[in-house]
Design a binder for this molecule. Structure first.
Ligand SMILES: [Zn+2]
Length: 329
């Protein structure tokens, strides 16, 4: 993937292009920002460009060097596997030794550490010397969704590239190029909240299942005798379903917007969930505008908090009590 093919984050690309044009790419960089926005793809593209045999400001994706990096078999470009929860001390020791060896094949040696927030103190400390006095031919790229969890001593030795979520419209366009209809692409782009990778993983059947689940939770939340179903689902939230909680909230938000639209007598062709029109209409009849706006507010607040460093189970409980207080009057 060349820079022109990496979606979004135009500002980061511009910074990198400028640095490449001047042959001034910093040796230590943090690729920080939300999950699924292409941080690793950008780091790899930069590694390829630094070693490309034909181009200087982008990767050609065709020369032996670009191809070897894409296939993960370039001796000078190492990526530490993302699945490794705790990047092992041996790996950072190896990095430290290799960092001072001239590249074997390419022009630059590049180390990409994914989920760098999982570096333990020993590994981080062993990295420090390399970050402090890197040889001119060596680059270390730390990829992380939580730059604030890196040791301050690490952060202060690196330039940070701040990535942001991919815009909904851009995700929609990318999905349209695949087999999604305009309406499906719109709903899917809404759901993933800027996480392009997630959008590319989801099949329409998954989305439909998520919507069904979300509707049944939404309905039960709004009914006074079944409201606790929501708490059973999200009150004690294991890490694996945290992402799902965010997605359910995004679907809730689309329900609440539709309910508001119907309540205000808007054009039903603008509904985000036209398949649920009958049910949405029934709810819009039983809530007043203040209640609907309150619900929208609560959903937005929960989504914002969810991006922060809060206890997700507690968030779900707070959301539950505010939602039911608003609607069970
Ligand atoms: Zn190339």
């Amino acid at each position: 993937m060349a820079f022109k093919d990496v979606a979004g984050n135009v500002r980061v690309k511009r910074i990198l292009k400028l640095a490449l044009d001047r042959d001034r790419v910093p040796n230590s960089l943090i690729f920080g920002g939300p999950a699924g926005v292409g941080k690793t793809a950008m780091a790899l593209t930069l590694a390829k460009t630094l070693n490309c045999q034909t181009l200087t400001a982008d990767s050609c994706d065709a020369c032996p060097s670009c191809r070897a990096i894409d296939e993960g078999r370039h001796p000078d470009v190492m990526t530490f596997a993302a699945e490794v929860r705790d990047v092992k001390i041996e790996q950072t020791r190896l990095l430290k030794q290799m960092a001072y060896l001239r590249p074997m094949l390419g022009k630059r040696r590049v180390f990409i550490i994914e989920e760098a927030e999982n570096l333990n103190d020993a590994s981080a400390n062993s990295l420090l010397k390399v970050l402090e006095e890197p040889p001119s031919f060596t680059h270390v790229f730390l990829v992380t969704a939580s730059p604030f969890r890196l040791l301050p001593t690490i952060r202060s030795r690196c330039r940070t590239l701040a990535f942001s979520a991919i815009g909904r419209e851009e995700i929609e366009e990318i999905l349209l190029e695949r087999d999604f209809s305009r309406e499906q692409a719109r709903i899917l782009a809404l759901l993933v909240d800027g996480n392009l990778e997630r959008a590319q993983e989801l099949a329409w059947d998954d989305v439909q299942a998520l919507k069904d689940e979300a509707w049944s939770l939404f309905e039960s939340l709004a009914s006074s005798d079944r409201a606790s179903r929501f708490l059973e689902r999200f009150g004690a939230l294991p890490k694996a379903v945290q992402e799902e909680f965010g997605e359910v909230l995004e679907v809730f938000s689309s329900f609440a917007r539709d309910i508001l639209l119907l309540r205000l007598g808007g054009d039903p062709s603008l509904l985000l969930n036209p398949d649920l029109e009958g049910r949405l209409r029934a709810t819009s009849g039983s809530w007043n505008t203040t209640q609907i706006l309150g619900v929208l507010d609560e959903i937005d607040r929960a989504l914002t908090d969810l991006r922060g460093n809060f206890n997700k189970g507690l968030l779900a409980i707070a959301f539950f009590s505010n939602f039911t207080e608003l609607t069970h009057v």
